[in-house]
Design a binder for this molecule. Structure first.
Ligand code: AMP
Length: 291
């Protein structure tokens, strides 16, 4: 594996494989790798003869300076793990390389960014994500890019972005990888105290409870939400949000009658965590809703 620091080095390295028409897969990350990241790399390795992993803690998507400063970083371990998985190129540019002096452009995706994470973290968060991902697509020119379902709204934003701007890249969304007790893997989990680490398992239980309610025939999102909130309350967790939304648009649902997502964000101790659970309603008994 080669570690590349500049856009010029990256373009040079990819010139030959691109000329030969070899499929280039990109996995954008902010590092501090866990099995979630590694699952995306494995998938890319399986699908593509050329795998590029980007490692860049993007300052413009952080709405909280403390969160950026405290973001876990372990570049040497990351490089070793990526090399072990057979990644071809680790692209790890500096902040100045990505945002040189005079940088003045923002890519801003509308609508799907207005709720949930966009509402709680502010407009700048998804603007930062959309801008850096657009830049990475232009730098790497991947045929396919891999993202995690863990960041469900981000996945919707990126799919919207490539459609709206006609960016010629296929987007693959990979399933959320979890700890054995259900907690979604996240670089931020290392900040949880032992007691909060246990409390944090309530997030996945809460989402599962909402899904179970729908599986049992509940079509009213308020009722499914109440079941999930009760599960969180047992762990004394009050979420920033907990909603049942359309899986395509992240818009709130009046009735769960199509593919949905139960999504939540919550602070556990000082650590803000997000998670989600896909919900596929089937028509069953106990359907109290109107048609
Ligand atoms: P991050 O480094 O947190 O920006 O994440 C890089 C990529 O890994 C994003 O596409 C995330 O959605 C994905 N990712 C993060 N955590 C997980 C997880 N537990 N399972 C699957 N993908 C994940």
């Amino acid at each position: 594996m080669r570690t590349l620091r500049t856009i010029a080095e990256l373009k040079t390295a990819l010139r030959q494989p691109r000329r030969e028409g070899r499929r280039i897969g990109l996995v954008p990350t902010m590092g501090a790798f866990h099995d979630g990241h590694l699952s995306l790399m494995r998938r890319a390795r399986r699908d593509c003869p050329v795998v590029v992993v980007s490692l860049f803690v993007n300052p413009t998507q952080f709405n909280d300076a403390g969160d950026l400063d405290g973001y876990p970083r372990d570049p040497e371990r990351d490089a070793a793990l990526a090399a072990e998985l057979g990644v071809d190129y680790l692209f790890a540019p500096s902040v100045d390389e990505v945002y040189p002096q005079g940088f003045a452009t923002t890519v801003s995706v509308g609508r799907v960014t207005e709720t949930l994470e966009g509402e709680y973290r502010g407009r700048a968060h998804f603007d930062g994500v959309a801008t850096v991902v657009t830049k990475l697509f232009n730098m790497v020119g991947p045929d396919v890019a891999y993202f995690g379902q863990k960041d469900a709204q981000q996945a919707v934003v990126i799919q919207r972005l490539v459609r709206d701007l006609d960016i010629p890249v296929a987007i693959e969304i990979c399933p959320t990888v979890r700890e054995t007790d259900g907690l979604a893997m996240s670089s931020r989990n290392v900040h949880l105290s032992p007691a909060d680490r246990v409390r944090a398992t309530a997030l996945h239980r809460a989402l599962g409870a909402a899904r179970d309610a729908v599986d049992a025939g509940e079509h009213d999102p308020r009722a499914a939400r109440a079941v999930a909130l009760a599960e969180l309350a047992r762990a004394e967790i009050e979420p920033d949000y907990l909603e049942l939304v359309s899986a395509d648009t992240m818009a709130p649902l009046d009735r769960i009658d199509r593919d949905a997502l139960a999504v939540l964000a919550a602070r556990v101790g000082g650590t803000r965590l997000i998670d989600n659970e896909p919900i596929h309603p089937t028509s069953k008994a106990n359907d109290n809703g109107s048609p």
